[in-house]
Design a binder for this molecule. Structure first.
Ligand code: DUR
Length: 257
C-alpha cells in the first residue's frame, strides 16, 4: 500500500506488533497501520492513535471478511454500519446460568459508519474495482473467527448451527462477518472533542475484501487478493483526499489513518 504514497516520512514496527508507515498522499498526511486482527487490536489502535495525533482523525479500516450476502469472493463490501457478535459465555456454563441472554451469542446494536467518508470510499472503490463488484451493507464484528462467525466444528461445543440465520433475521442488511469494525465504529461514536464542544473527534469508515463467500463456500485466490489490495489501496487514499473538502476547518497537516 505504501508504494502509492508520494513520500514516506516515517516507519515503525512496535512491540504491539503494529507496522506504521506515515507519508503524504496528494498533500494529505496519511498513516497506514497494520494492526493484526481482532477487537483488542482495534481498541489499542484507535485509543493509542488518538493519544498521539492532534486534531480530527479520519480512520478507514481496510481488511478482509466473509460474505453472508450477495457479494462473492473477490468483491468489496463497504460498511454502512457495524454490529457486534459476542459469545455469551454464561450460556455455556453447566448448568446453564445466564443473566444477559438465554441465547448462545449476543448481537449488539449497529454503530453507524460516517456517512460522508463512506460515500467517498464507496465511490472511489466503484471507480477502481467496478460498481458491480462493490456492495454496501451492515457488517458483523465477531469476537472469534470460529464460533461467533458460525463456523461449525466438533472440537468445541459452540451451539452455532443457526447463528447466521439468527443474524439475518435480526439485521436484514447484514452482509459480512469480520473481527474489527464494530469496535472502530463504536469508539468513533464515543470519541470526544478536545474542547468537549464537538462530541466526536473521530470519523470512521470500513472497506472489506471478500476473502470467503460463506454462502457459496468459495475463497479468493492469492492472485486476486494481491491485485485487489493494490487496486483498493489507491482508492482508499483517493477517498480520504475526496473527503477533505467536507472537513471544514481541517488543516491538511491534521491526521488521516
Ligand atoms: N475475516 C474474518 N472472517 C472471514 C474472512 C476474513 O473474520 O471469513 C477477517 C477478520 C480478521 C481476519 O481480521 O480476516 C481473520 O482471518
Amino acid at each position: 500500500m505504501a508504494k502509492f504514497l508520494d513520500k514516506v516520512l516515517f516507519e515503525r514496527s512496535s512491540h504491539r506488533g503494529f507496522l506504521t508507515i506515515t507519508g503524504i498522499y496528494h498533500g494529505l498526511p496519511v498513516s497506514i497501520v497494520a494492526i493484526g486482527m481482532g477487537l483488542s487490536m482495534m481498541d489499542f489502535f484507535v485509543r493509542e492513535t488518538r493519544m498521539v495525533v492532534d486534531g480530527p482523525l479520519s480512520i478507514v479500516r481496510f481488511g478482509s471478511c466473509g460474505s453472508i450476502g450477495e457479494a462473492k469472493a473477490g468483491d468489496v463490501i463497504v460498511a454502512r454500519s457495524a454490529f457486534g457478535i459476542s459469545r455469551n459465555f454464561d450460556y455455556f456454563r453447566t448448568p446453564s446460568d445466564t443473566h444477559i441472554s438465554d441465547k448462545p451469542y449476543i448481537l449488539w446494536r449497529p454503530s453507524p459508519a460516517d456517512s460522508q467518508l463512506t460515500e467517498c470510499v464507496k465511490s472511489e472503490m466503484g471507480k477502481s474495482v467496478g460498481d458491480d463488484h462493490v456492495f454496501e451493507g451492515d457488517v458483523g464484528n465477531a469476537d472469534s473467527f470460529y464460533g461467533s462467525q458460525g463456523r461449525i466444528g466438533t472440537d468445541f461445543y459452540d451451539d452455532n448451527e443457526h447463528l447466521i440465520e439468527h443474524i439475518h433475521e435480526t439485521y436484514p442488511g447484514a452482509t459480512a462477518l469480520e473481527m474489527e469494525s464494530h469496535m472502530l465504529f463504536h469508539l468513533a461514536e464515543v470519541s470526544t472533542g478536545a474542547d468537549n464542544s464537538s462530541p466526536k473527534s473521530i470519523r470512521a469508515a470500513c472497506a472489506l475484501m471478500v476473502f470467503a463467500d460463506r454462502t457459496g463456500n468459495s475463497f479468493i485466490s492469492p492472485e486476486r487478493s494481491s491485485q485487489l489490495t493494490n487496486t483498493c489501496a489507491k482508492a482508499l487514499f483517493d477517498s480520504l483526499v475526496a473527503d477533505m473538502p467536507s472537513q471544514e476547518g481541517l488543516h491538511p497537516t491534521e491526521g488521516s489513518v
